[in-house]
Design a protein around this ligand. Structure first.
Ligand code: AMP
Ligand code: FE
Ligand code: FE
Ligand code: ZN
Length: 285
């Protein structure tokens, strides 16, 4: 049984962490919403990396497909020199200060890709920005797109090899992404009416000291059930959430077929937990 909270014969399930072609996912927002409906999900949060560009199309598809689409984002952030991801859930995607942050990231990601391409060139594995931009399509440029460009150019046999050999953390063409401060991003998420949730703290290896500081900066919750979390992570994070009075969420971090081996809705929350989260978000509305 996947770690899903279910009760009745027809349990309501909600997916709170998913990606589209507007970042490193492979499905369009409309196709992702259709996939959610097919999977029997009542609601779906679109949480692309550093952009809300896919939310509007998903909302539109949700209205005809009977899926309750939640405005979301997964921000890259820095907290005490740790690289972390912050989910914003129930956000208004039209909020000015939120959009100002996403615009900054658009430029940051482009410049960082350019620097990685420079390193790849000097390592004898040149790829063009045109190729990376074509592969990333309308979305936030990220390392997965650089990885695909490396495969396309014949420098590596798979994206996995690209990370291991060139662009994974600590590899020779890796460039650390400049990131906005977590406290600032939490403020912006709240300003846009959303809950700020620390994404996959286990796989990001965030220590308790940093979680405490984030809690002091009004972080709302921790993502507990996640494909990259081991049983030990889940247990430890539950303890932290209880101790710091933080909300808890689950998410599949779905990137579409062929990207990762997690199914949409595999790590879902129940309808009851979803309603509780939505109620909690109302304080920022
Ligand atoms: P970026 O935000 O550009 O640094 O890219 C990070 C994204 O790359 C993550 O959200 C994952 O989707 C993906 N990623 C990170 N490490 C790997 C890896 N070793 N293999 C495949 N994809 C990865
Ligand atoms: Fe990703
Ligand atoms: Fe993430
Ligand atoms: Zn994600």
């Amino acid at each position: 049984m996947p770690p899903t909270e279910s009760d009745d014969r027809e349990p309501v399930r909600v997916e709170l962490h998913s990606h589209t072609i507007h970042s490193d996912g492979v499905l369009s927002p409309a196709d992702l919403v259709r996939a959610a409906a097919d999977a029997g999900l009542a609601a779906l949060a679109i949480t692309d990396h550093d952009t809300v560009a896919g939310v509007a199309a998903a909302r539109e598809a949700g209205e005809t497909g009977h899926v309750d689409v939640v405005g979301g984002i997964e921000f890259s952030a820095r907290a005490n020199d740790h690289d972390i991801h912050l989910l914003g859930l129930f956000i208004d995607e039209h909020d000015d200060e939120l959009l100002e942050a996403t615009e900054r990231y658009r430029r940051i990601r482009h410049e960082r890709a350019r620097r990685m391409l420079g390193k790849l060139e000097s390592l004898g594995a040149p790829v063009t920005m045109e190729a990376v931009e074509r592969i990333s399509g309308p979305g936030s440029i990220g390392r997965p797109h650089v990885a695909d460009a490396l495969v396309e150019a014949g420098h590596v046999p798979s994206a996995n090899h690209a990370f291991r050999r060139y662009i994974g953390v600590g590899r020779p063409a890796y460039v650390r992404k400049p990131a906005l401060d977590a406290a600032d991003l939490i403020r912006r998420i709240h300003g846009a009416g959303g809950l700020a949730i620390l994404a996959h703290p286990g796989s990001s290896r965030v220590p308790l000291s940093v979680v405490r500081r984030l809690a002091d900066a009004e972080l709302d919750g921790l993502e507990i059930e996640h494909p990259k979390h081991r049983r030990g992570d889940v247990k430890r994070l539950r303890g932290w959430a209880r101790r710091l009075s933080l909300l808890t969420t689950s998410g599949s971090d779905y990137h579409g077929p062929g990207r990762g081996d997690t199914a949409l809705g595999e790590y879902s929350v129940s309808g009851e937990r979803f309603r509780r989260l939505r109620r909690e978000s109302a304080r920022y509305a």
